[in-house]
Ligand binder design. Structure first.
Ligand code: HEM
Length: 417
């Protein structure tokens, strides 16, 4: 690892390019190791499976937004970039809360985000996917373009279309969302001014969206959320903005990488691709392996200790920032034999790609459905081959998300379905 501050590795370009090698090294050393996050915050990085699972579910690792700025300030090292003041309406969402506040919000959103409502989306998700694949086929057959970027053509537009339809964000405003959300999730550049600007625009936009839904409710998911009621309790306008923000970001910065990373590893492992083509019943297990092997959320969101906590062979002092490397845990050989091998037939389940404990991903059933439909339909329609050398592929910068910026593939249509 290149740069160091106070003798600690700073996670930077080298880490973004290959977090797995670094996690493997740390896993050998201890259950958790101190590192410095790219913006200059000292944190403990948990890389082993058992301890990752414990930390995700243990209330001594808090997420509450109220104390976060103070703990962040205590752990700032080296450079002083100042605390970024986020628009408060974007911060007060359930991923930044502990029980009982978290429990209350999660209950209300679960009322709207039912398994039935997700299952009802299936035909529409298939339809959106088919439309995107039609466009790919047209470009290939009519325009004779035989190299397509899977990110641009399928993996990005599918989940964002689904989540924007769920929240009723008009088509022509989705590009703005892409820009704001990318800035917010990517961690911004330098002084954080871009983060503040993107946050402010997003908050103002979502406030208008909430107002519209209150005034003019429909049969959609967002209306259900606006009107969700638990014993007379409801989400107030600020909570609705925060929830919509969380769903938009969580819904479109993650599934894109499930699809892209999955296709990427199928292409790099032709035997696995052949197996999947030969036996489509392997698809659900393959999606679990995509999630395990190249987890779209590389590191879970930050936690902090509200007392000294013994974790495996280390004691993490009170007021430390703690980051669970989900992709580190998911490559731990003590849980997953031959963990660095991509094997779509390995027993599915047990991975931590969707987190664990009270913050376990609310959208997991939706993400799985989108992943299966996208990859299954892509294989139905086309023979695909890599159109770039692995070294030419660029991973997105940042510690949170693991995904390729672009994945060029060459396509040969397999004929009408
Ligand atoms: C492959 C796709 C996805 C992955 C890998 C993923 C992963 C995760 C992870 C790891 C967490 C827990 C973070 C932590 O504990 O720090 C989480 C939470 C969450 N996810 Fe997802 N997610 C995905 C898709 C989605 C989708 C499509 C939605 C919604 C439409 C969604 C909504 C949420 C929400 C609301 C939370 C917060 C839950 C809480 O605090 O109780 N996710 N997700």
């Amino acid at each position: 690892m290149g740069e160091k501050i106070a003798g600690l590795d700073v996670l930077g370009e080298e880490y973004f390019a290959d977090p797995h090698a670094y996690h493997a090294r740390l896993r050998e050393q201890a259950a958790a190791s101190e590192i410095v996050l790219p913006r200059g915050t000292k944190a403990w990085l948990v890389t082993r499976y058992e301890e990752a699972r414990l930390a995700l579910a243990d209330p001594r690792f808090s997420k509450h937004y109220e104390r976060f700025p103070e703990v962040m300030a205590l752990n700032r090292v080296g450079r002083d970039e100042g605390v970024i003041e986020f628009d408060q309406s974007l911060v007060k969402h359930m991923l930044n809360m502990d029980p009982p506040d978290h429990t209350r919000l999660r209950k209300l959103v679960t009322k709207a985000f039912t398994a039935r409502r997700v299952e009802q989306l299936r035909p529409r998700i298939q339809e959106i996917t088919d439309g995107l694949l039609d466009e790919m086929a047209t470009r290939s057959e009519v325009d004779a373009v035989d190299v397509v970027d899977v990110v641009d053509a399928l993996a990005f537009p599918l989940p964002i279309t689904v989540i924007c339809e769920m929240l009723d964000v008009p088509m022509d405003e989705r590009d703005d969302f892409r820009v704001w959300s990318n800035v917010l999730v990517g961690g911004g550049n330098g002084d954080g001014a871009d983060l503040q600007e993107a946050g402010g625009k997003m908050a103002a936009y979502l406030a208008r969206l909430v107002e519209n839904k209150k005034a003019d409710p429909g049969d959609d998911f967002f209306s259900a959320l606006v009107h969700a009621d638990e014993d007379g309790d409801r989400l107030d306008p600020m909570e609705l903005i925060a929830m919509a923000f969380l769903l938009l970001v969580a819904g479109h910065e993650t599934t894109v990488n499930l699809i892209t990373n999955g296709v990427h590893h199928l292409l790099r492992n032709p035997d696995q691709l052949e197996k999947l083509r030969a036996d489509r019943s392997l698809l659900p297990g393959a999606v679990e392996e995509f999630l395990r092997y190249e987890s779209p959320v590389n590191q879970a969101t930050m936690r902090f200790t509200n007392e000294d906590v013994e974790l495996g062979d280390v004691v993490i002092p009170k007021d430390s920032v703690v980051v669970v490397a989900l992709s580190g845990a998911n490559r731990d050989g003590s849980k997953f034999p031959d963990a660095d091998r991509f094997d779509i037939t390995r027993p599915a389940g047990g991975h931590l790609a969707f987190g664990h404990g009270v913050h376990y991903c609310l959208g997991a059933p939706l993400a799985r459905m989108e992943g299966e439909i996208a990859v299954g339909s892509l294989l139905d329609r086309f023979d695909i081959a890599p159109a770039a050398e692995p070294d030419a592929l660029k991973w997105r910068p940042g510690t949170l998300i693991r995904g390729l910026e672009a994945l060029p593939v060459s396509l040969t249509p397999r004929g009408a379905r």
